[in-house]
Design a protein around this ligand. Sequence first.
Ligand SMILES: *Cc1c(COP(=O)(O)O)cnc(C)c1O
Length: 436
Amino acid sequence: MPSIRERDRNVIWHPYTPMKTWPEAIGIVKGEGAYLIDEEGNRYLDAIASWWVNLHGHAHPHIAQKVQEQMHTLEHCIFAGFTHEPAVRLAERLLDILPGPMDKIFYSDNGSTAVEVAIKMSLQYWNNLGVKKTRLLALQNAYHGDTFGAMAVSGRSIFTAAFTDFLFDVTFLPFPDAGNTEACMVALLAELQSGDVAALIVEPLVQGSAGMCMYAPAALEQLFALCRQHEALIIADEVMTGFGRTGPLFASSLVATPPDMICLSKGLTGGAVPLGVTAATQKIFDAFYDSDRTKMLYHGHSFTANATVCAAALASLDLLLTDTCEADRRRIAAAHTAFALRIKGHKSLADIRQTGTIIALELATDHPSYHYNLRDDIYRFFLSRKIIMRPLGNIIYLLPPYCITNDELAYAYQCIEELLKHLPNMGATSVATTDV
Ligand SMILES: *Cc1c(COP(=O)(O)O)cnc(C)c1O
């Protein structure tokens, strides 16, 4: 039998992959803690939590157990006119821990659909109230997903280039990092004063795809407070920042003004299976609560609130809400901070930034663009040292599962320091190929 890797080439079209110039895919046969193990027995340290989804390590026995039990009891059923314990229990538990008074949980399948639902809720909210507010605001270089609505509220980039003509107009505000907070708020206020803003959508505290770009809770609070004052709805896209990534359970827990809607996915199930959630306040829900059928939300996916997937999310919450998990997140954050101090001022570094369990290093380069030659060399450099670390252009980052040990972290830091040493000799001949 040919290897998985070889058979893959005949039949698979991979995501965010230039299939011609990047034909190789590593065949994974097993996951274990922070490691993925390939068909040749290589153990790769999953330093980016498999595209930011994994919280507690791969193939976690508690999640596996709960999923298996649920599969034998009720795997799935229609979710219009019917309901079940895992969906209700998960909604209760999420509403307990989400910031602000969130009152209703709407289920979908992934981060992009959670965003689509929030966008549709926002636009239809004003439509149902008979108020003409139809414009959406977002931050520059935002990433909210790959479906059309989610692309529309994402920064225009190589990701969206082929579809620009088909995306609805969205107003993008300056990214509110230290030097730009004032400019961002001035721009936001001007947009809000025009009176037609339906909602603002943001990734709170950390913009992932943009390159782990970070801004302060005070700026987030200003964004939210201004929107609230001017009666524009607030959507917090916590698809990446949710479930402890930034330290607290949710990034928007750190601000006084709560959002109107929160989008969740990625870590929601501990990264085991796909699930999307759009949480909404009573105010949003009430605008759809009407005997007139045209007022209801016309949205739903075949697998809405899949019982098995909800069981995985409940199992992940069991693990997330332990003192051990909180201590692990604090331990990782402290290790990152110590590492940042150690390498601060290195001549190959343009910037080091950290929020909670996420640390990002911006490499000093003459080619700061996303598609820059070094990127593939760096990716291969880490792979050769058995670390999965996909740079975002010239940004390298660690976003590990919370079960990663101090030794494993130390190994990742050591490899980064080695990279910084090699950096001046890299990237001369390679060609840009992969993304994200
Ligand atoms: C990954 C991501 C999404 C999209 O989620 P998918 O599950 O990949 O569709 C949306 N928003 C943010 C902030 C993300 O990081």
